[in-house]
Design a binder for this molecule. Structure first.
Ligand code: SAM
Length: 276
């Protein structure tokens, strides 16, 4: 039931605002462009994946659905612990890297579906899975509809991972680059409240997390940030100055590291057997 605030409508307003559009366009084309870099960086962060997986109750007999799987950062280690994984992603390139990673890691039990979550038909494209996860992949316009489908697709448990503030760009820089207020990426608070309005009383845990990106050079970092954040050409000097202060050289390999503290949320709920 919706209270005084309609969180789903609020989400849509936030989602349609210019601040959201400054961030990566979350269509398959953007993610295709980003896939190579994503594959190079995220598959290294095994520790981060293990922290997320440790939150999940998994069983060797389980089926797991990974919505917005990307290159398989979670799908691959999860596949080693369960019977089957279904990975859904609208980006062909992300799934191509996922398949390459499966080969490299000798993983054979992942089925890939190249679709947006919004376009998935339950009962046609997929059947319910024991566990459903979505990690930093919930950008759907109608979040309530997306969450209702997620809930319906789960037999036992759902785990959602989202930012809870302190995203990679700080407020001062955002204001300087775009001449507008920072959007405060606290996606989890919308998800939690929309779920509550749907009668799903989810658990939430917030934890500190370290965001890290590595670059070959300052030019490399500037170019990647420009592409990723839609930064206007005339603001490049501001970005360059910011990154030159933030990047720290790794003594071991000479790479430049961008590090930032952030907060992440895991939202999870169990389904009761009679609900499916
Ligand atoms: C930031 S990546 C996260 C990848 C992975 N879940 C992880 O945690 O490493 C976001 C992923 O969500 C996918 N995605 C974007 N919109 C989606 C949608 N509407 N339905 C399903 N996946 C989507 C993108 O293609 C991308 O691979």
């Amino acid at each position: 039931m919706t209270g005084i605030l309609n969180w789903n409508e609020l989400w849509k307003v936030m989602r349609s605002g210019s601040a959201w559009r400054r961030a990566p366009e979350k269509d398959a084309g953007f993610w295709d462009k980003y896939a190579k870099r994503c594959n190079e960086s995220v598959m290294q962060s095994k520790e981060r994946a293990e922290i997320q997986i440790a939150k999940m109750e998994l069983d060797p007999e389980y089926s797991v659905l990974d919505i917005g799987s990307g290159v398989g950062r979670l799908a691959i280690p999860i596949a080693k612990r369960v019977k089957t994984v279904t990975a859904i992603d609208p980006s062909k390139d992300m799934l191509a890297y996922l398949k390459e990673n499966m080969e490299k890691k000798g993983v054979k039990n992942i089925t890939c579906i190249n679709k947006r979550w919004e376009d998935i038909e339950l009962g046609e494209d997929i059947n319910p899975h024991d566990v459903v996860i979505a990690s930093y992949s919930l950008g759907m316009f109608d979040m309530q509809e997306a969450l209702a489908k997620i809930d319906a697709a789960a037999k036992k448990c759902v785990y959602l991972f989202e930012f809870a503030g302190g995203w990679m760009m700080d407020e001062k820089l955002w204001k300087e680059l775009y001449d507008e207020r920072h959007p405060a990426w606290t996606g989890y608070i919308y998800l939690y409240n929309i779920l509550h309005d749907m009668g799903i009383y989810a658990n939430v845990e917030i934890r500190d997390s370290d965001y890290e990106q590595r670059y070959d050079s300052l030019d490399d970092a500037v170019n990647k940030w420009k592409e990723m954040h839609n930064i206007p050409a005339e603001k490049e000097s501001i970005l360059r100055e910011y990154l030159s202060k933030m990047l720290v050289e790794d003594e071991n390999d000479g790479m430049l590291c961008f590090k930032r503290k952030s907060k992440s949320a895991v939202i999870w709920w169990k389904r009761k057997a009679h609900e499916w």
